[in-house]
Unconditional design. Structure first.
Length: 201
């Protein structure tokens, strides 16, 4: 019997959050998480994670800070956008594997656009912890018919400072740090592989 195989990709974005009011917009299929000076919008239709950083109020009483608006559009050059566009398994030398054969036996997808109808959101949890540090988090999940796999995105914004561990590495986080994990679970036997990415801004 086939066992599900999971792939875990961890990316930590050290950015800091805006206001503390979160927003779940079911009509637009988005969730917006806010912390210290960072706002994070997650789009359920595309799986895009968009991040905005806002300068702290400099207390110079010129009220320029009141003009800042959350603009998550592609035209805003201050938005950092993350999206899983494709998947490909590679061997220990970085060479792609499983490129041929029936589509349900391949070890990757050139494009996820045709695979994704819409991600399913978990409930927004704004009173959770991660390794003892308070966080706000939401999860997204979508089934990929081609490789018969599930793609999960786990997004969290830290509400406090501390150290988090992944494997044998330790990373410093502060209030407003964005962290997201990407997990792929295949519904057939496959090789287990994973990637870790640390992004700092």
């Amino acid at each position: 019997m086939s066992q599900p195989v999971s792939i875990l990709i961890v990316a930590t974005l050290l950015v800091t959050t805006f206001a503390d009011e979160d927003e779940v917009d079911t009509a637009a299929n988005t969730v917006t998480i806010r912390g210290n000076d960072t706002s994070v919008r997650i789009e359920g239709d595309t799986g895009k994670i968009r991040t905005l950083y806002f300068e702290q109020d400099d207390d110079d009483d010129d009220d320029d800070d009141d003009d800042e608006v959350e603009d998550f559009s592609d035209d805003n050059e201050d938005v950092l956008t993350f999206q899983v566009d494709s998947l490909q398994e590679v061997d220990s030398q970085g060479v792609p594997v499983g490129l041929t054969g029936p589509s349900d036996r391949r070890h990757g997808l050139d494009s996820l656009a045709s695979q994704i109808q819409s991600f399913n959101f978990s409930a927004l949890d704004n009173s959770s912890t991660y390794q003892g540090i308070p966080v706000k988090n939401v999860n997204l999940s979508v089934f990929l018919a081609g490789p018969r796999a599930t793609l999960d995105l786990m997004v969290m914004v830290f509400l406090g400072a501390g150290n988090v561990e992944f494997g044998n590495e330790t990373f410093r986080v502060q209030s407003g740090t964005l962290k997201f994990n990407i997990k792929v679970s295949f519904l057939r036997n496959s090789y287990l592989f994973g990637l870790i990415a640390l992004l700092r801004v």
